[in-house]
Design a protein around this ligand. Structure first.
Ligand SMILES: Cc1cc2nc3c(=O)[nH]c(=O)nc-3n(C[C@H](O)[C@H](O)[C@H](O)COP(=O)(O)O)c2cc1C
Length: 142
């Protein structure tokens, strides 16, 4: 059984590109071994993440995420069983507005949620990318 988990949280410190890259590297290393895939978007001050994997692995992943002090104020948005992966097959796709023009951040987010079954869940990610843009000047300028 595959479980899909979506949450939002607040970064403990304003995010830097280096910090984000390190975080993604850790996530991917771990996820690759656990069969976890998903999408992590950030505007520099908050995170919105979706991940999917075998139920036990996804539940353990949530526990690891919840105990990571790089963020806090986690709000669970969704925890459901899904028949197939909806957020692609990458060990953790990371999208930051600073990595490209704002319009491209939105476009890349739209692509990443193309296969998401629930329109409201798609809208959450696209809305986040559209309205959030970058809250951090150092991300915007990258
Ligand atoms: C925003 C955010 C997203 C994270 N996403 C994942 C993830 O997708 N997979 C994962 O294993 N850990 C994730 N983590 C947790 C950390 O990467 C964690 O430190 C790492 O899994 C190391 O766990 P370990 O101490 O068991 O080795 C995330 C943490 C944060 C702050």
């Amino acid at each position: 059984m595959l479980t899909q988990i979506v949450y939002q949280s607040r970064a403990a410190q304003p995010l830097t590109r280096r910090g984000y890259d390190e975080l993604l590297r850790e996530c991917r290393r771990r996820n690759a071994g656990d069969g976890i895939t998903g999408l992590l978007v950030s505007d520099g001050l908050t995170f919105l993440q979706a991940f999917e994997g075998p139920t036990d692995a996804a539940t353990a992943c949530l526990a690891r995420i919840a105990s990571d002090r790089r963020h806090h104020s986690i709000v669970m948005i969704r925890k459901v069983d899904v028949p197939a992966r909806e957020f692609g097959t990458f060990a953790m796709l990371g999208l930051l507005p600073g990595l490209a023009e704002a319009s491209s951040f939105v476009d890349r987010t739209k692509e990443a949620v193309e296969d998401v079954y629930s329109p409201s869940l798609q809208a959450l990610f696209i809305g986040y990318a559209t309205l959030g843009r970058s809250k951090m000047p150092q991300l915007r300028s990258l």
